[in-house]
Write a protein that binds this ligand. Structure first.
Ligand code: DON
Length: 563
């Protein structure tokens, strides 16, 4: 209890320091032993406390994940799902898929009217939008294989924060005020997040229902969520809005260990997530396409570097739309897509004299004979074990529905399926057969939790939210460190750009490109769209002397701390 008290005092200090309109530093927090980087100072402090108590990186990541459910409800979750990529200090690698699944009653055309019109409000808002949550099963599955402290110790701090309350940061208060109308539309009761007046920074939110739900999980393990009272509450909530998730869907949910996607880039090994995430494959494809070019000489966010990235990205996202989906349902041609000859051919028509209109780009030919909110946690412990977890409700506060009596938001992950071939989802992504809805199927993701090693030593742990921009944010962050010689915080701060085939435009963060670069790109035929913020990275870099540098995104309340 004394330790928790110290932790909370520390956290109050951190929260009061986190005003992101202040000076942004290019050098991150540097520590000697262990570090957690996450979207919220209270969650990072929770993970750090666990490592100080003797827990390893996986224990810390699990505790951080539960803490984010309490203090970062827009994305932290027990009602969503995600992916974990792990590298233990003996060099073994692994990854866990705890992505949501379509309910048994889901069907391919469930969001289409009789006339074939797409009802995208149903796949994004309210009870029909939820997939069967995977996060709680994921945390227990991770713990069973790698955890060292008892699970109940990892959940304790979150119960305490839910019960005693937590203090809103300026960004959190601002976000909640923009969501009041949706909370009212999609809930028939007053959740702890409703307010008649505007929320202010410094206000405290208590969540007694969520505390009780976490206690059920603490006492009964995964069954405390997937069976019994909490499962009954979820199904009652879902039924009240004509959703499809049943008790059997919950009971049968299982996470899956998957072989990570690996590849090399300029002597580094990249370890990332396999399908049903598109992240690992797309990232390696982009890096393969980049490797032949001297982008370090061309410079960060220079005209040639941006043109190359955009041309690669439109091709890789075209492949994504055609070939990627749940590997338990379709044959994903992983080896083919990662093959170096395939990638060479794929990019052969890139010209430096003109942009290729996306209408002229389709997916590469694979020979038929062969087969905004999410959040990321990066942790490295004092023994060099590392874990990268990206987890999500999909949109900010998911489908906006809080389970009555249980106190947590449900996901709207069904929108990540391709509900109608060729029609864009909320991220503007299009897809086809490979990612069509089917009962029990997992929807395609862009989440890209990634670990990088160099000469068999841990070098980076990286990840971010951002929907379709996740893959390109991770890609740019790796290039920033490996090619552009930036430190971790500098690489995270650096302005980002993004292309995803369709819409045929380069999204450009404000001030990312100087006027000459913009003009040169437009002359080649690129269309540019200036956008506010892309991504909220949480990263850790192992410095040459073994110390750890955090990269916590100043675009949010992200915080990297360690000891
Ligand atoms: O899995 C995916 O790709 C999406 N559901 C991620 C959503 C996301 O990152 C929203 N955050 N800004």
């Amino acid at each position: 209890m004394k330790q928790l008290h110290h932790l909370l005092l520390y956290v109050v200090f951190v929260v009061s320091c986190s005003n992101h309109n202040q000076f942004i530093s290019n050098s991150g927090t540097i520590v000697k032993n262990a570090m957690v980087s996450s979207a919220h100072p209270l969650a990072s402090a929770t993970g750090l406390g666990i490592m100080k108590n003797g827990g390893n990186a996986i224990d810390a990541a699990i505790a951080t994940h539960f803490a984010l459910t309490v203090v970062y409800p827009q994305a932290g979750n027990i009602g969503g799902g995600g992916f974990a990529v792990i590298r233990m200090n003996d060099g073994t690698i692994n990854s866990l898929d705890f992505r949501e699944k379509a309910p048994a009653l889901a069907h391919r055309d469930m969001y289409l009217s009789a006339e074939g019109q797409l009802n995208d409000l149903q796949s994004t808002h309210g009870h029909m939008a939820s997939g069967v949550p995977g996060s709680v099963d994921g945390m227990f599955t991770l713990h069973q294989k790698y955890g060292t402290l008892p699970m109940s110790e990892l959940i304790d701090p979150s119960i305490e924060m839910a019960r005693r309350g937590y203090v809103l940061t300026p960004l959190a208060a601002e976000l909640l005020n923009t969501k009041q109308e949706e909370f009212q539309t999609y809930n028939r009761w007053s959740t702890p997040y409703h307010s008649d007046q505007n929320w202010q920074a410094g206000d405290t939110i208590t969540q007694p229902d969520l505390a009780q739900t976490l206690e059920h999980i603490q006492s009964n393990g995964r069954d405390g969520f997937y069976e019994g009272i909490v499962a009954d509450q979820i199904v009652a909530e879902i039924k009240s809005g004509n959703g499809l998730i049943s008790l059997a869907d919950l009971k049968n949910y299982q996470s899956v260990w998957r072989k990570p996607i690996t590849g090399n880039y300029r002597g580094h090994q990249i370890i990332s997530m396999a399908p049903p995430s598109s992240g690992g494959i797309a990232l390696i494809q982009l890096l393969r396409g980049t490797e032949g070019y001297p982008i370090a000489d061309w410079g960060h966010n220079s005209f040639k570097t941006i043109h190359l990235m955009a041309e690669l990205e439109r091709r890789v996202y075209a492949d994504r739309a055609t070939y990627l989906g749940d590997p338990d349902f379709i044959d994903v041609p992983i080896d083919k897509l990662l093959d170096s000859v395939y990638n060479q051919k794929r990019y052969i028509d890139i010209s430096f004299d003109k942009a290729t209109p996306s209408v002229l780009v389709s997916s590469g030919k694979i020979s038929p004979s062969e087969s905004p909110e999410t959040t990321h946690i990066s942790v490295v412990d004092a023994n060099g074990n590392a874990v990268a977890i990206t987890t999500t409700l999909n949109s900010s506060f998911g489908n906006k529905v809080m389970v009555k009596g249980a106190g947590f938001f449900l996901n709207n992950e069904m929108d990540d399926f391709s509900s109608k071939p060729g029609s864009p989802n909320q991220f503007g992504l299009i897809g086809g057969e490979a990612n069509a809805i089917a009962p029990h199927k997992r929807m395609l993701s862009s989440m890209t939790p990634t670990i990088v090693t160099y000469k068999d030593k841990l070098k980076m742990v990286v990840g971010t939210p951002g929907g379709s921009t996740i893959i390109t944010s991770v890609y740019q962050t790796l290039l920033n460190v490996i090619d552009h010689a930036m430190g971790m915080q500098e690489a995270v701060n650096a302005k980002r750009v993004h292309h995803q085939w369709y819409p045929d435009e380069i999204r450009v963060e404000t001030d990312a490109l100087n006027e000459n670069v913009q003009n040169d790109l437009e002359k080649l035929g690129h269309r540019l769209r200036i956008t506010d913020k892309i991504g909220r990275m949480d990263c850790i870099l192992v410095l040459p002397d073994g110390r750890l540098e955090g990269g916590a995104d100043p675009r949010g309340d992200n915080t990297a701390i360690g000891y």
